[in-house]
Design a protein around this ligand. Structure first.
Ligand code: NAG
Ligand code: NAG
Length: 306
């Protein structure tokens, strides 16, 4: 039995020191703030470090608030955002040394469509498993979801049957990709990667058909200063109208009504909201669809204080 007893501690050591393996999947990443904005680049790095295979396909310039507009990309009649490409550059292009970084000179929806139909086949030889957008610079809570290009990109992917998540962060301002990262850039990308990998660990299908997630992070400040200060709460996008709005999934001791996402991010205690939307309408999903997401994400979900 000697060799066996000798082997046991080695096996134990391996199992206790290796992080639990996450399946590596193919992800298309976009936003509306532009391909050269630091949040999206930081998220790319964070997902890639977590073992995911990612391609970035995002607008050449800031296209915030463009909702679901879609138009053929045009050659650049100005430099790309933060001078990330020269004036006169072609309608679509990629970083010469990092071809997974792609710009599309059009709307967020156009950019993610290009990512799905042109960039993804090149690198993945397959349809992406998942689409993520953001983190948007600025929150997208409630009716802002109807206007947001970040949400527009995410919902476009979900319409193409690719499960998708839109991420938005309250803190920050548009920042060039090559500037020094602020703490909010790092925290928001960590949190977004946490939600993404949790969904991946939940196994396919990642989301019910036509569903997408609207995730909003509260401000980073001296009370919410590191990733571990934040908690996730299941929420709804719009304020419910008494009697008229159908019931939500029951959780956190509340029957049939989730908190709305604006209240979640405004609650003291660093609460990030996760709402379940429908891609075709950008409205809240029904209780059954919310329940499917609750089951998938329960390992990271908390409740608001009573
Ligand atoms: C292109 O990628 C290289 C290598 O990652 C990087 O040093 C450079 O800043 C990038 N430029 C843009 C505009 O993305
Ligand atoms: C993800 O978030 C949950 C809940 O906040 C936390 O317990 C967990 O440690 C986080 N995981 C990672 C890898 O950050």
């Amino acid at each position: 039995m000697r060799p066996f007893t000798h082997l046991v501690p080695v096996a134990l050591l391996l199992f206790t020191t290796l992080p639990s393996a996450v399946t590596s999947v193919n992800i298309v990443l976009s936003n509306d703030d532009g391909w050269a904005e630091l949040n999206v680049r930081q998220f790319y790095k964070s997902l890639t470090s977590a073992g995911q295979s990612v391609v970035l396909s995002a607008p050449a310039i800031d296209q915030s608030g463009r909702s679901s507009l879609d138009a053929p990309p045009q050659p650049l009649n100005q430099p790309c955002q933060f001078n990330s490409c020269p004036k006169g550059s072609p309608a679509t292009g990629s970083n010469a040394t990092e071809p997974r970084y792609n710009y599309v000179n059009s709307y967020p929806v156009t950019a993610i469509r290009y990512g799905i139909s042109v960039v993804a086949p090149k690198f993945f030889k397959a349809v992406p498993d998942l689409a993520v957008a953001g983190p948007n610079v600025g929150a997208n809570v409630g009716a802002a979801a109807l206007i947001s290009g970040t949400v527009g990109a995410a919902t476009e992917a979900a319409k193409q049957r690719i499960p998708s998540i839109a991420f938005s962060g309250t803190s920050g301002k548009p920042t060039a990709w090559n500037a020094k990262a602020d703490s909010y850039n790092l925290i928001y990308s960590d949190l977004a990667t946490n939600v993404t990998t949790t969904l991946i660990k939940s196994a396919k299908p990642y989301l019910p058909n036509n569903a997408w997630l609207n995730v909003n992070f509260p401000a980073v400040d001296n009370k919410c200063a590191k990733t571990s200060d934040f908690k996730f709460v299941l929420s709804r996008i719009y304020t419910a109208v008494p009697v008229l709005t159908p019931a939500d999934v029951s959780t956190c001791g509340k029957t049939g009504r989730l908190p709305n996402e604006r209240d979640v991010v405004n609650t003291k205690g660093c609460y990030a909201s996760i709402s379940v939307g429908l891609a075709d309408t950008k409205l809240d999903a029904d209780a059954i669809t919310q329940a499917a997401v609750l089951a998938k994400l329960k390992s990271i979900l908390s409740c608001l204080p009573a």
